[in-house]
Design a protein around this ligand. Structure first.
Ligand code: ATP
Length: 499
């Protein structure tokens, strides 16, 4: 179900295109699926999100430190972590259209009327898949001129098809049965070769997650910082996954950025407490940077769905225009990763607990979020269309901390040099502290609208009173209210908003 008044994907895409926030990568060559470039406005928002995360996870805490690891690591890392053998999705090929699908995102149903089999339908996972399957089933019934009501259409993931069924389920690309293969495991890691010789011994991988950097550096960080459990190691950076079906814009890309933190705790600590603590802390943070609370929810993984080493996992989901999806995962991973790396490297990765006079491998809680998914959730929360004076005002209600441009300075008119000069000087002063834009073109109303559309929280207009009395008009993006302020009041106000 779509939430009331939420933006559509078309509105979000239209905004990104109009304002140059995100472009398809290699656009002039018609793009490359699953890769994106951030434009001048997009990169400001992205940087603000990353800064906000780093501030809350590292700078504002005494118990978490940061690192920045190489993207290509020793291939043994990915063997030990289980990614070489197990980081795969089930893939299905359509032999006719050459389309590929993730079998767990491809659903099918057996269509029956009063228990009599009419055939099969297939749909891709999305918000409307049930109604789409029902429409297809209805068509099938009419085609076969069957009387009677359809039995309920029950969708199952393609991974649950029986061996004989694969040939009967139609391909979503052609609508015809017989072309879909059985699912097979497809490893999502991008391979490359290191060095001049290209053979099996030179194979390396682009990291599919940043997390392993923290485990591999556990001892390096421990030995060079005065850390005591519980403590965390945080990292943000690029990750790469050769997703079978990149889709929903930047939501599922092949190159993306992650912000992950490994929070190490004693092996006998109350891990449920720490898991809950991080679920709550991360949920509160997402609200604090302006995500629409109504769209946020928790998805607690059922024990049978957990990886064998995982003790618990809770996703923070966001209701995107294309459905409810994982935004951030908070996993309790036991000491699986440190154990694996200790065994594979032969290096002792244990922590010596001075209070308890014993050594052990700590356990870990991992909050992991994708920057690009967060970016999209921020856009969906901020986008508003309002009717103002018979016009539609598009306004991005970004949290001030996330807004790409913090304020704009306008001279009332551009043909009065004294106003222009004064406005430029004020602009210069403000840019020492914040990213502030100067705009003199067009009527003031138009300039306000331009700033509303990119989510600039405050506009400052320099008029003739400014020259005589040193006061400015300060206009608020959300309320559109205007008030007079002196320069010192303006500075104090902006400092309060942005500190
Ligand atoms: P999904 O089930 O959606 O593929 P995941 O559970 O595999 O995601 P994790 O391995 O837990 O994802 O990665 C942590 C975070 O990284 C995710 O919560 C998500 O925000 C982000 N992320 C993962 N894969 C992608 C991707 N292909 N594109 C963009 N962000 C991603």
């Amino acid at each position: 179900m779509a939430l009331d008044n939420g933006p559509t994907m078309d509105q979000i895409l239209g905004w990104c295109k109009r304002r140059g926030a995100i472009f398809p990568s290699s656009d002039i060559y018609n793009g490359i699926a699953g890769f994106f470039d951030y434009g001048p406005l997009g990169i400001e928002i992205k940087k603000n999100l990353k800064d906000a995360w780093w501030n809350s996870m590292v700078h504002q805490r005494g118990d978490i430190v940061g690192i920045d690891c190489s993207i290509i690591m020793h291939p043994a890392v990915w063997k030990a972590s289980g990614h070489v053998d197990g980081f795969s999705d089930p893939m299905v090929d359509c032999k006719v259209s050459k389309m590929r699908y993730r079998a767990d995102q491809l659903y099918f149903a057996k269509i029956t009327v009063a228990g009599e089999l009419l055939g099969y339908v297939s749909v891709l996972e999305d918000e409307n898949m049930q109604s789409e399957a029902e429409q297809q089933a209805d068509k099938l019934k009419r085609k076969q001129a069957k009387q009677g009501t359809l039995d309920p259409v029950v969708l199952k993931p393609y991974t649950e098809a029986m061996p004989g069924e694969y040939a009967l389920i139609p391909s979503p690309a052609t609508g015809q049965p017989g072309s879909l293969t059985a699912p097979r495991a497809f490893n999502l890691m991008f391979q490359t070769h290191v060095g001049a010789v290209v053979d099996d011994s030179s194979v390396a991988y682009l990291r599919p997650e940043t997390a392993q950097g923290m485990f591999v550096n556990f001892k390096n960080v421990l030995n060079t910082n005065r850390l005591k459990l519980p403590f965390g190691i945080a990292q943000m950076g690029r990750s790469f996954r050769n997703e079978i079906t990149p889709r929903n814009f930047t939501f599922r890309s092949r190159e993306f950025e992650q912000m992950e933190m490994e929070f190490f705790i004693q092996d006998n600590a109350d891990w449920q407490h720490w898991h809950q603590y991080w679920v709550q802390t991360r949920f509160d943070w997402l609200k604090s940077i302006g995500l629409d609370e109504k769209r946020l929810a928790l998805d607690v993984h059922r024990p049978e769905k957990l990886a064998h080493y995982s003790r618990a996992c809770t996703d923070i989901t966001f209701h995107y225009p294309f459905g409810v999806q994982e935004l951030e995962g908070i996993a309790a991973r036991g000491n699986f990763d440190l154990t694996q790396h200790q065994n594979a490297s032969g290096k002792n990765l244990e922590y010596f607990d001075e209070a308890e006079h014993r050594s052990y491998l700590p356990h870990v809680i991992e909050p992991a979020i994708g920057v690009d998914r967060l970016f999209l959730a921020v856009l969906c929360s901020a986008y508003h269309e309002e009717s103002v004076e018979n016009e539609t005002r598009i306004v991005m209600k970004f949290h001030p901390q996330i807004a790409p441009v913090k304020a704009a300075v306008f001279p009332l008119v551009k043909n009065r040099p004294e106003l222009v000069e004064h406005a430029k000087q004020l602009h210069q002063k403000l840019t020492r502290h914040w990213f502030v834009q100067y705009d003199e073109s067009g009527a003031i109303g138009r300039r306000y609208r331009r700033m509303d559309e990119i989510g600039t929280p405050y506009c400052i207009t320099v008029d003739f009173d400014s020259l005589e009395q040193g006061t400015y008009t300060l206009r608020d993006r959300d309320t559109m209210e205007q008030r007079r302020v002196s320069e010192s009041e303006l500075m104090t106000f902006l400092l309060e908003q942005y500190s």
